[in-house]
Ligand binder design. Structure first.
Ligand code: FES
Ligand code: FES
Length: 188
């Protein structure tokens, strides 16, 4: 996409407008939780709004309009991203994972279990983003220190828990996942 051109007062580039002032939609194809989707979207549509409003996956939350809170965190090509900081068109061709894609066959993911067991949530609003950030964190640090956990979730705000229960939940998840991979290694 060409990124240049005169901007209209509403922030859109001139090339994004067609005849008669209508916005020219663009095709986006993404794989979300293993399912492929293609939609025509406005170029200005944020990824978080695409996921929530077009795909109906409302587990990804919107908690701010300043890119601070992390409630909108999901995985894009395996890495945690704040989906309010990306346009849907920037995710074209990507593989996304949202909180809805974590539990398998009716069984909670070990990270979800950890939050349950260690009371890692109160109101739960930050929890989906916190959990998706944790997926990325534990991929990079399967045996994290408390400090690595605190750095790993620094982009995610929680107004309820005071964070220590979240750190405990992530340690619980890390232990469960390590035990699971040892068991899988033994039985392989
Ligand atoms: S909604 Fe707050 S960082 Fe995305
Ligand atoms: S549990 Fe309420 S914001 Fe984190």
């Amino acid at each position: 996409m060409s990124g240049s051109g005169p901007r209209r007062p509403d922030g859109l580039l001139a090339w994004e407008w067609g005849e008669g002032g209508n916005i020219v939609k663009r095709s986006v194809t993404v794989t979300v939780n293993g399912v492929r989707h293609t939609h025509e979207v406005e170029p200005r549509l944020l990824l978080v709004h695409y996921v929530r409003e077009v795909l109906g996956l409302t587990g990804t939350h919107v908690g701010c309009d300043t890119s601070n809170c992390g409630a909108c965190t999901l995985l894009m090509n395996g890495k945690a991203v704040k989906s309010c900081t990306l346009l849907a068109v920037q995710a074209d061709g990507a593989s996304l994972q949202t909180i809805e894609g974590l539990a398998q066959d009716g069984k909670l993911h070990p990270i979800q279990e950890g939050f349950w067991e260690e009371h890692g949530l109160q109101c739960g609003f930050c929890t989906p983003g916190m959990i998706m950030a944790t997926v990325d964190l534990l991929q990079r640090h399967p045996e994290p220190t408390d400090e690595q956990i605190r750095w790993g979730i620094e982009g995610n705000l929680c107004r309820c828990t005071g964070y220590q229960h979240i750190v405990n939940a992530i340690q619980h998840a890390a232990r469960t996942m390590r035990a699971g991979s040892t068991k899988a290694g033994r039985s392989a």
